[in-house]
Ligand binder design. Structure first.
Ligand SMILES: Nc1ncnc2c1ncn2[C@@H]1O[C@H](COP(=O)(O)OP(=O)(O)O)[C@@H](O)[C@H]1O
Ligand SMILES: O=P(O)(O)OC[C@H]1O[C@](O)(COP(=O)(O)O)[C@@H](O)[C@@H]1O
Ligand SMILES: [Mg+2]
Length: 539
């Protein structure tokens, strides 16, 4: 294949050719083993050396519509960096591995369902250890920070970064940054060794602490520079990865030999491109306990409704998966699927029908569901948290009151309602066994990437293979449940709830919505046709 030679060409060309003034993306064209560079806006003109910056996509194209959305490398902006043998080669634990190192040519396809005439489409660089590394063991001074809300598995990722750096690469200097981004410039650091982190994976939360807000790029990069840190591991959600992206740009602007690696964290599973986020399975499992309780309560009393509120600010994945797993849920409400209360086809009508049929019911709702109904009825001003995320009102309390009011004023039927709010309980628990293994792979992939000199990337599985994904792909949108997709239809068919949509709504929705990434089926979330047009124009 051609791109194995091209990787070194990519680096060589990148270090001289990026134009930050007016280009959005630069394309390396790798047909028949020859690399040529083209830019959709400025043709083949090359910018002067040293102007690479502002997170421009690094695109490599190949035969049959092959596109690699590559990640930056330290060699892109620092010329003549020395390389070293990967110490893994001498590690007895890995001596049994047939192929020590990932081939530089390996990439992971974003779409695995293809037609015989489909172009090969978008790929990401495969994660894993490389033959050559760009850091010597005792040169590495790493740091780890956790930002945003809690998520099961944070401590496991911290543990595995520390142990991975130490056991695989002989790195002894790892700093923990306390309390999220602001900790870089306002808190003391902790030294993290394999001994210190030995059993932290058994605890929920993050031993480092976390926070929202407080992202001051230049103070953070000053702190990185002043402390002599050269590998930065940033664990956090969409907001955190946006922050990581600007930190990376500033580091690059200053020309520092500092690798920035993002590890995606979010209980809501709202990060695009990757298959799913760590801690999600644990959260769904934990949510079963609340749903079971709601079911037991509602089953025991005539005409009883159990209402469970779960996390999910903009995306209803936890509610959807918890509902699908439980089979005891009669109605699941998520932010992506608007619903209404009164009249034919509304929630009240369905509740009445279900109680008449079954004598009890369970409703699961994501906290972001129906917020537009609450805002209307409560004239609630838009408020935000320190990171700029919308602050939500308690939709569970609101809907519980609405249901009680409806049935007491209409005198149609006496009901009892039990409201269970386990929101923080499902994310404060330690990660389960499969999430622990997943966290280990994420951490090790991040370590291999940074040691190999890659930077400005988020690591994550794409169709089951760990990959390095450029920040811009991670932060360009949020992953959402697609209600015109088969997974949501499965849910509707398992609960038998109304879709709250008219046939016209469904047609409109199909027309308007770009295909979104969906947990488990790995569809692309971006308008790939438009993107492929840009690529083919560029070539
Ligand atoms: N657009 C942005 N640019 C820089 N930093 C950001 C941005 N959005 C969020 N952040 C920072 O990322 C951190 C976590 O963001 P937040 O949205 O709270 O959680 P999460 O990363 O889990 O989505 C906060 O410290 C916040 O200041
Ligand atoms: O009360 P907090 O800590 O701000 O967290 C609440 C929010 O955190 C979330 O779990 C999402 O957090 P992140 O964006 O940090 O991943 C939402 O589901 C929830 O709305
Ligand atoms: Mg977020």
């Amino acid at each position: 294949m051609d791109s194995i030679h091209c990787c070194s060409s990519v680096s060589a060309i990148n270090s001289r050719s990026f134009d930050s003034s007016n280009s959005k993306s630069l394309t390396l064209n790798l047909r028949n083993g020859f690399a040529s560079i083209s830019n959709p806006k400025v043709g083949s003109s090359l910018a002067p050396m040293g102007t690479f910056g502002n997170a421009q996509p690094k695109i490599v194209t190949g035969d049959a519509g092959y596109v690699l959305e590559d990640v930056p490398h330290l060699a892109d902006y620092i010329p003549d960096l020395p390389t070293y043998h990967n110490p893994l080669q001498d590690n007895p634990a890995y001596s049994v591995v047939k192929q020590y190192f990932v081939n530089d040519d390996d990439s992971v396809a974003q779409k695995i369902v293809v037609h015989k005439s489909s172009p090969r489409g978008t790929h990401f660089r495969r994660a894993g250890p490389r033959q050559k590394v760009y850091f010597e063991s005792d040169e590495v001074h790493a740091c780890i920070v956790t930002c945003g809300g809690l998520c099961p598995g944070l401590n496991t990722v911290i543990r595995e970064i520390v142990c991975g750096l130490n056991y695989m690469y002989g790195v002894n200097r790892v700093l923990g940054i306390a309390g999220g981004y602001r900790g870089f410039y306002s808190r003391n650091t902790t030294s993290l060794t394999p001994k210190v982190v030995n059993d932290i994976h058994k605890r929920g939360g993050t031993i480092l602490g976390t926070s929202r807000g407080g992202h001051d790029t230049s103070k953070i990069v000053d702190s990185i520079q002043d402390r002599g840190i050269n590998q930065v591991y940033i664990i956090g959600g969409d907001g955190t990865q946006k922050g990581a992206s600007v930190i990376f740009e500033e580091i690059q602007r200053r020309g520092l030999k500092v690798a920035v690696a993002g590890i995606p964290k979010t209980i809501d599973n709202d990060i695009p491109v990757i298959d799913k986020s760590f801690g999600f399975d644990t959260a769904v499992e934990e949510a079963q306990r609340a749903i079971n309780a709601a079911h037991v309560e509602s089953e025991s009393i005539e005409n009883c409704i159990g209402v469970v509120k779960l996390m999910g600010r903009y995306s209803g994945f936890i509610a959807m998966h918890a509902t699908l797993a439980s089979r005891d849920v009669d109605c699941c409400l998520i932010p992506e699927s608007p619903f209404y209360l009164e009249g034919p086809g509304g929630l009240f009508e369905y509740i009445e029908k279900r109680l008449k049929e079954n004598g009890h019911m369970v409703i699961v709702m994501a906290e972001g569901a129906g917020q537009e109904l609450l805002s209307e009825s409560m004239r609630y001003a838009d408020k935000q948290d320190a990171s700029g995320n919308k602050l939500l009102q308690d939709v569970g309390l609101w809907i519980s009151q609405k249901i009680r009011d409806h049935f007491s004023t209409s005198k149609r039927m006496g009901i009892t309602l039990k409201y269970i709010d386990p929101t923080y309980m499902i994310r404060a628990v330690p990660s389960n066994a499969s999430d622990n293994v997943y966290c280990t792979l994420l951490a090790q992939s991040a370590v291999h990437g940074a040691m190999a000199g890659y930077t400005g990337f988020t690591v994550g599985p794409v169709n089951g293979r760990h990959s390095y994904i450029p920040f811009y792909r991670i932060i360009e949108r949020q992953n959402k449940v697609v209600i015109t997709d088969r997974m949501w239809a499965r849910l509707l068919s398992s609960t038998n709830q109304p879709s709250f949509l008219s046939p016209e709504d469904i047609i409109e929705d199909k027309k308007e919505e770009a295909p979104q990434s969906q947990l488990l089926n790995g569809e692309s979330g971006r308008d790939d046709e438009a993107f492929e047009k840009v690529i083919s124009n560029a070539c």
